[in-house]
Design a protein. Structure first.
Length: 305
């Protein structure tokens, strides 16, 4: 059972890498709204968890199916042309229900690899659990300032802690003049539910630890999350406060925990450059980017027909 699970996980990891590279390249486009960039990262992460998809004539997987991957029909709806497929990118199986390997050495390889995968994944999960407990300990020791805003001697940068009952934690040395910008950014994290997505992204990378692209994608996704919140904060504050917001960000730049959404997190130089170049989208631009996103989702989420 475990080798079969790892086989499909390995195949999903390959297809996620193939769909994540275009998303990574699109993220370099400075005019792309950062909120949309975050949504596009959901495509490779979805691919890492769900092997099934609808077939599409113009799917990116159609291109790779001509080289080595194979589309496997998993479900067909009766009296309909609707069917779901799974993309077999591993190329080591000769049958699928049940899964049979082409040769015994391949079967042995996946058997041993599956146990190694499980052991390392369990170790990473344990490390993440310990890190999460330390982060929550910092939140519990904080004292209330106002509403869901707390002061803590254990944090060095403003951040949102928690998922169900998120708290904004400030260091005791926070500046009053920066508070407006900090709250605009951290409130955006809470509205977007970023701590939940952050945890899911970390767990996804832990499951696919053997794939270096999973860690590259995680790094870029977390950076886009911070830019998306900068974007939302600037929509609230207005373009006239870009310089003041950037200065507040520079003052709060510091390290943190992977389980908290920090005001000073991610690459500061890139964020400062993007903040100072920020322009609010027109209605036409927003519609154009929405249509572009739908087209990209179709190409990257569908399997070979």
């Amino acid at each position: 059972m475990l080798p079969e699970v790892f086989y499909w996980l390995f195949s999903m990891s390959i297809s996620a890498a193939l769909t994540g590279i275009p998303v990574l390249l699109l993220g370099k486009w400075r005019r792309l709204p950062r909120g949309l960039a975050c949504l596009l990262w959901g495509i490779p992460f979805f691919r890492m968890w769900v092997p099934l998809s609808l077939p599409g004539k113009y799917s990116l997987m159609s291109l790779f199916s001509r080289l080595w991957s194979q589309s496997v029909v998993v479900y067909v709806q009766a009296d309909s042309n609707t069917y779901l497929t799974a993309t077999n990118c591993a190329g080591a199986a000769s049958g699928y229900f049940p899964l049979t390997f082409k040769t015994y050495p391949l079967e042995a390889l996946f058997r041993w690899a599956s146990w190694i995968w499980l052991a390392v994944a369990a170790a990473i999960f344990l490390a993440l659990a310990l890190s999460y407990c330390r982060a929550m300990a910092a939140a519990k020791s904080a004292r209330p300032l106002c509403g869901n805003v707390y002061l803590s001697p254990k944090v060095t940068s403003p951040a949102v802690y928690g998922v169900l009952r998120p708290r904004i934690l400030l260091p005791e040395s926070y500046g009053e003049q920066e508070l407006r910008y900090i709250l605009a950014h951290e409130t955006a994290h809470i509205r977007r539910g970023d701590n939940l997505w952050r945890i899911l992204a970390l767990l996804t990378a832990a499951v696919h630890w053997f794939n270096p692209f999973s860690w590259i994608f995680l790094k870029h996704f977390l950076a886009e999350v911070e830019l998306a919140c900068d974007e939302e904060a600037l929509k609230t504050l207005g373009e006239g406060e870009k310089k003041a917001y950037a200065a507040a960000l520079l003052d709060c730049a510091a390290g943190g925990t992977p389980f908290a959404s920090a005001f000073g997190g991610a690459k500061i130089r890139r964020r400062l450059s993007w903040i100072l170049a920020y322009r609010k989208l027109s209605a036409l631009s927003a519609l154009t980017f929405a249509a572009l996103a739908l087209g990209i989702a179709y190409v990257l989420l569908t399997n070979a027909a």
